[in-house]
Design a protein around this ligand. Structure first.
Ligand SMILES: OCN(O)CCCc1ccccc1
Ligand code: NI
Length: 183
């Protein structure tokens, strides 16, 4: 099983690379990796397992965080309306997004960042994502608010972008124009 030992931290080159598309259909190896990633995210939110294996809770993980140059990510979270998002996604692509922005009022964190980085992270309020799921299904996701934020955080990892790259250096805590908090 994956633990925090496998999560690379800031400074590791994998976090600043643009990850390569993954061949489809998934090889057995890539299917196993993505399945392990999804299980890791679920385990990180399990009170017993997260304590037993010292897992930091996370709503998602991207393959570059395991040092893997692959466009794969896994998420497991409920949005603020209780809708569950729990799957692995391959070669996700944001095909459109709103002009309006959103943000989490308390900022963001990252399993690959062992420090607090205060600041508002402006994100697109709505995004449309095309991807292939762990089970091989091609899907189009229309996401808004918190779900849109999570997917943008993870897809950023596939492009070598960290959440704090988006924080306004002059006024880190000031909400951006044309933006409303998603929480
Ligand atoms: O990349 C996964 N990650 O580091 C875990 C946390 C992800 C996260 C996503 C959106 C807002 C806050 C935190
Ligand atoms: Ni992250």
């Amino acid at each position: 099983m994956l633990t925090m030992k496998e999560i690379v931290r800031e400074g590791h080159p994998a976090l600043r690379e643009v990850a390569k598309e993954v061949d489809l259909p998934l090889s057995a190896e890539n299917k196993q990796i993505l399945s392990d990633m999804l299980q890791f995210v679920k385990n990180s939110q399990d009170p017993e397992l997260s304590e037993k294996y010292d897992l930091r809770p996370g709503v998602g993980v991207a393959a570059p965080q395991l040092g893997l140059n692959k466009r794969m990510l896994a998420v497991h979270f409920e949005d603020l309306k209780g809708q569950l998002y729990s799957d692995g996604y391959i070669n996700p692509k944001i095909i459109s997004h709103s002009v309006e922005q959103t943000y989490i009022s308390t900022g963001e964190g990252c399993l690959s960042v062992d420090r607090e980085v205060p600041g508002i992270v402006p994100r697109h309020k709505r995004i449309t994502v095309k991807a292939t799921t762990l089970s091989g299904e091609e899907v189009t996701l229309r996401l808004k608010g918190y779900a849109a934020v999570v997917f943008q955080h993870e897809i950023d990892h596939l492009n070598g972008i960290m959440f704090y790259d988006h924080i306004n250096e002059e006024n880190p805590l000031s909400p951006p124009q044309n933006a409303t908090p998603c929480d």
